[in-house]
Design a protein around this ligand. Structure first.
Ligand code: SF4
Length: 392
């Protein structure tokens, strides 16, 4: 039997938080800690998912985790199902004024992401809903129905000024649920009608389904797509991003988009020390050969609950490397596992981070990547279009 353990947390004393097995493991020698065997059993039962646990988020007063009652019961856990929750947002465009982000507005058609990348920096947002940034993030998916209508209302608002909208900056707009719900497609249709610029970020080959919308927009200078390629190693990709497209599929998607005339960027993100940092040059070269003409990278980011989730995953999948990976992460983050300051969070600091930056710049310069700027002058608000149609 599996029981759900509940412990009270005294938020006033952060040191009272339960000691995470992964962090304890790191301290005493990753490979030898019993947490490694325990986490591996859970992982075997939760095959196809990224996180190894569903620990409570930071806002909960009680810490919940599944615990074996001594009968090896965690090994017999059923595979987790994905649950869909439909919500109808009144507004859909999120704004930001972060100096290190190249867009000031974005849309995320889904909350949570079934791709389940263990390093996903959107995971901590599930804590706002009382859900675990671990397994709940990849199994409790919120679908924003009516997103296209909300978008048209916002584009019609008096005084709206067009600027590139990033779709998928937080969660993947082409995750599996998009096949059925077509929220992203509805948004693209609304943006195409309004001649509004859009940048799509995804790991999924499903973006090709919408090439009939994206390619004509690209021809007008209104659309581009960024594909993130984390590694070319299938086994590593499977462990890191269990339900995302394979590396070959992502390269093929870059090639098909580029062939259709769509400007494509490759994101070598995130760079994880001692796991995929040796692949920067190869990924850039393969993506460039496939047709990518813009490139970027982001250093592994471990905000909030992600620190423990990633450590736990590391100890489960790469116990012999865990200590080295975390040491390098700390070296790139001023001695901590994460530094959220704007000038640090994307690329890190210190000699290791400098070395990664230099390698990326040299490789990108050799291949010649550029930047595609999208047009904003063609924008026509949906309201004005409706008024013009009413004249006929
Ligand atoms: S595909 Fe993107 S949004 Fe989805 S889990 Fe991976 S990193 Fe997060």
């Amino acid at each position: 039997m599996v029981r759900s353990e509940r412990r009270r947390i005294d938020k006033a004393e952060p040191d009272n938080w339960p000691v995470d097995p992964a962090r304890a493991s790191e301290a005493i020698g990753a490979a030898s800690h019993p947490a490694v065997a325990e986490a591996s059993r859970v992982d075997a039962a939760r095959r196809g998912r990224g996180a190894a646990s569903k620990h409570s988020g930071r806002f909960e007063r009680e810490w919940r985790e599944e615990a074996d009652d001594g009968w090896g019961s965690l090994a017999s856990l059923e595979n987790l199902k994905t649950n869909i929750h439909v919500e109808r947002p009144r507004a859909i465009i999120s704004r930001n004024d972060s100096p290190d982000i190249p867009f000031d507005r974005s849309i995320n058609p889904y909350r949570g992401c079934e791709h389940g990348c263990v390093y996903c920096y959107a995971r901590p947002t599930h804590a706002y809903m009382g859900l675990s940034p671990g397994l709940d993030f990849e199994t409790e998916i919120f679908v924003k129905e009516g997103a296209a209508q909300a978008l048209e209302r916002e584009l019609s608002a008096p005084g709206y000024v067009a600027k590139t909208i990033a779709i998928g900056a937080n969660t993947d707009p082409y995750q599996p649920s998009e096949r059925r719900y077509r929220i992203t497609r509805g948004l693209l249709e609304a943006l195409a009608r309004a001649n509004h610029p859009v940048g799509v970020v995804t790991k999924s080959a499903l973006v090709m389904r919408d090439i009939d919308l994206i390619a004509p927009m690209a021809r007008k200078g209104l659309a581009k797509v960024a594909i993130s390629v984390t590694t070319l190693d299938r086994a590593l990709a499977r462990a890191l991003e269990p339900r995302a497209a394979s590396p070959e599929s992502r390269l093929a998607t870059i090639a098909r988009l580029a062939d259709a005339g769509v400007p494509v960027a490759v994101l070598t993100a995130p760079i994880i020390p001692a796991l995929n940092d040796g692949e920067i040059e190869t990924i850039l070269a393969r993506a460039h050969a496939a047709g990518a003409r813009e490139a970027g990278y982001v250093m592994l980011r471990l905000p909030l609950e992600l620190r423990d989730l990633f450590s736990e995953w590391l100890v489960t999948h790469f116990p012999a490397k865990a200590r080295r990976v975390l040491a390098l992460v700390r070296s790139a983050r001023g001695g901590k596992l994460y530094d959220a300051s704007f000038d640090q969070r994307m690329t890190g600091s210190g000699p290791y981070a400098q070395m990664i930056k230099r390698r990326f710049e040299v490789a990108a310069a050799r291949l010649v990547f550029g930047e595609t700027r999208l047009r904003t002058d063609l924008f026509e608000p949906p309201r004005r279009q409706a008024e013009q149609l009413a004249l006929f």
